[in-house]
Ligand binder design. Structure first.
Ligand code: MLT
Length: 409
């Protein structure tokens, strides 16, 4: 018999959100009449912006005629979308990102999970704790995890705890890792880093020759003036950081799938012979080999979001979810809970009432309020004692959840 990648068998049995989905499905089968409200996985509920629907409709029509049919596109993404991104997401903020430093993909999650393909299998990685589980699990799959410790950490991974006592701002790693994963605004705590705080990480990475993998999937939710929208707002970041962006939480593309990754030309890694190798070239090589580009139709939909109407429609959707976030925050606070996040982010990080751990509070909310959250310990040991709620429901469902929560608490 052939051997499998044994690191897969060392992973916990299922991915965090698959485990929660199973728990909820079991609960539903026992309580078929329960009107469940989902504030668990960060899936959106607002429909796709009309501008994107129009863009996709035109693209579908083009596919119906031999004159306008489009087959394989460039693996890096169509030029019309990459230039719209470079202009609107970066140039308009004074950041100089060239079209050919942008790689369109089928979502930030895939890119984040795949990116370390182009790095050595022995690199040391550091993650925040709690953390979006993809960063950890994908490194475990690649053999970088070491072994699972009794407290849920991996021996081969460095953790930067984000707790109430440090205001959810990770401390710089004591021993320099090769790669540092940062997600800001943060999933799951919903907190953000100021320009100064993010600047400390950029300085650290440059001093130690480390690479920052910066997940900016929630950038559109930022409202605080001192919170950078892109890591490239920080001087020197192009020499040490890759940035991942998503259309899921802004344009409702969780089902359509689209994201992009910025790999600046200034970014180099070390070759086996000690030479400096441009990461952009390696990522292009990886993508052209293993990926045939994101769907043309969906790229056309995304490009239409960069028109003035598209921008306006997206803003409306984000404001819709942000209203939910403040309703949730206030109601939980009034009910006596300590809550974080929900200002520059669609996630609320709520502290469980005294005597309840994450799992117990999760179960209590499911059983008594029919409300699905995500237990904080699923994101790492420092998430123990919290649950995460999302602001992605409808206004009506959010109000209903708030009323159920207030009655319970
Ligand atoms: C989450 O709930 O953390 C996110 O929806 C997961 C994702 O974007 O993959």
């Amino acid at each position: 018999m052939f051997e499998i990648n044994r690191y897969y068998t060392e992973l916990p049995k299922s991915y965090l959100f698959s485990r929660i989905a199973k728990t909820v499905a079991d609960f539903k089968s026992k309580h078929p009449d329960a009107r469940i409200i989902s504030m668990g996985i960060g899936d959106v509920t607002r429909p796709i912006a009309p501008a994107a629907i129009a863009g996709m409709t035109e693209a579908v029509k083009a596919m119906a005629s031999a004159d306008s049919f489009v087959g394989y596109g460039p693996e890096q993404g169509h030029a019309f979308l990459r230039s719209a991104i470079a202009e609107t997401d970066f140039s308009s903020r004074g950041i100089d990102i060239a079209d050919d430093e942008i790689f369109i993909s089928d979502g930030a999650k895939s890119d984040i999970g795949n990116f370390t393909d182009i790095l050595d299998s022995r690199i040391k990685v550091a993650v925040t704790d709690p953390v979006y589980p993809v960063y950890v699990d994908s490194n475990v799959m690649a053999g970088r995890g070491g072994h699972l410790l009794p407290d849920g950490r991996w021996s081969g991974i460095s953790y930067m705890p984000c707790t109430e006592s440090n205001g959810f701002v990770p401390e710089l790693p004591r021993t320099a890792p090769d790669v540092i994963y940062l997600c800001y605004p943060n999933n799951p705590t919903g907190t953000a880093l100021t320009r100064h705080q993010l600047g400390m990480f950029v300085d650290y990475a440059r001093r130690h020759g480390a690479l920052i993998l910066f997940d900016a999937a929630y950038e559109a939710y930022i409202e605080s003036a001192d919170v950078p929208h892109s890591i490239y707002e920080i001087e020197g970041a192009k020499e040490c950081a890759v940035e991942f962006r998503s259309f899921s939480k802004t344009a409702g593309f969780t089902g359509l799938r689209l994201g992009y990754t910025v790999v600046p030309k200034e970014l180099y890694g070390l070759g086996a012979d000690g030479s400096r190798v441009p990461l952009r070239q390696l990522w292009l090589r990886r993508q052209t080999t293993k990926f045939n580009g994101a769907s043309y139709v969906i790229q056309c939909g995304a490009a239409s979001l960069y028109t003035p109407e598209g921008r306006e429609q997206i803003q409306q959707t984000i404001q819709y979810y942000k209203t939910n976030a403040s309703v949730l925050r206030e109601a939980l606070q009034q009910a006596g809970l300590t809550v974080y996040g929900g200002v520059d982010s669609p996630y609320i990080w709520a502290k469980s009432p005294a005597g309840y751990g994450s799992e117990q509070f999760f179960n209590l909310l499911l059983e008594r309020c029919h409300l699905v959250t995500t237990p904080g310990n699923g994101f790492g040991p420092s998430g123990e004692g919290f649950v995460r709620l999302t602001a992605f429901s409808s206004h009506q469902a959010t109000r209903e959840a708030v009323s159920r929560l207030s009655n319970l608490l």
